[in-house]
Design a protein around this ligand. Sequence first.
Ligand SMILES: NC(=O)c1ccc[n+]([C@@H]2O[C@H](COP(=O)([O-])OP(=O)(O)OC[C@H]3O[C@@H](n4cnc5c(N)ncnc54)[C@H](OP(=O)(O)O)[C@@H]3O)[C@@H](O)[C@H]2O)c1
Length: 318
Amino acid sequence: MEKTGLGRTGLSVSVAGLGCGGHSRLGLGTGGSPRHAVSVVSAALDAGINFIDTARVYGTEDIVGQAIAGRRDQVVISTKLPVVQPGTSALGAQHVPAADSIASVEDSLQRLGTDHIDILHLHGVVASQYEYCLNELVPAMQQLQQQGKIRFLGLTERFIFDPQHSMLTRALQDDCWDVFMVGFNLINQSARQRILQKTADKNIGVLNMFAVRRALSRPEALLQLIAEMADNELIDATRFDLRDPLGFLLDDSDADTIVEAAYRFCRHQRGVDVVLTGTGNTGHLNENAAAIQKGPLPGPCVARLQELFGGIDSVSGN
Ligand SMILES: NC(=O)c1ccc[n+]([C@@H]2O[C@H](COP(=O)([O-])OP(=O)(O)OC[C@H]3O[C@@H](n4cnc5c(N)ncnc54)[C@H](OP(=O)(O)O)[C@@H]3O)[C@@H](O)[C@H]2O)c1
């Protein structure tokens, strides 16, 4: 598995990262057993993936802990702190007090079976929550950093509600962030100009989420999204085959599937370090790890995707 540097962290990470959340949550989200979920993480490690992203709210920290037992030094662990109280609106203002955040990190360390977390993110932050995060939670995270319990500070956006990246755009003004998790895919490419050029300038590591999601993994979801985008005049319907809107990617490249093309599109975007793949299926995991290590899509395919979708910043592909 190819490795790369993760911005200023200096960590050496696999270009494919295993996401333990999203719709699949290692298969727990679709009825899989915890034992199966552990086997998905183990398969990722066996495939050479050393970057594992989890979160308290995914319910997968303990699964990761079981899978990495005895292999902790081979793995870069990324996990997250919620910023709003459990049971309240994720977009709301009932923030988690800093003292509770610190206590929850102790729980995460226990579940993960480790004495340190490599990257601790604030999870799914929207612009209205950012000042609270900066003023109250970042100092608490820095305290944990001084104690050696976390190594680097990360920030993830709530891409479904903020597909324009307004929160991360604000966060770029501050120097405390080592890593961002950014929504980017072939349908919403707006992070390219707004975030990825600037993270590269500031040497902030970038994790790419939403590379595939539902819209690019389920043909019926893609047809529905394209039809809605055409109805809302976000795209020019006359430029698509509405029965097979991305068929040209398979006709004009060596990609075997739209999923493969979607991961490759993200992997070769300048400024992206790790492409996360979220799956509960080991067959998908191995296909995706292989796709992420393949070469870029041909230039004309990438140019056509930029022409067709380059102006989109209001959908996530969820
Ligand atoms: N704000 C945040 O902090 C935030 C939000 C979202 C996600 N994340 C992180 O990002 C990670 C990636 O999540 P994502 O949802 O963006 O993942 P993704 O890789 O873009 O999409 C995953 C979806 O695609 C399906 N899929 C994957 N490979 C496939 C294949 N080869 N063929 C057909 N279907 C396939 C999966 O179903 P199967 O299980 O059937 O493969 C799953 O439904 C998450 O796990 C999480 O760690 C963070």
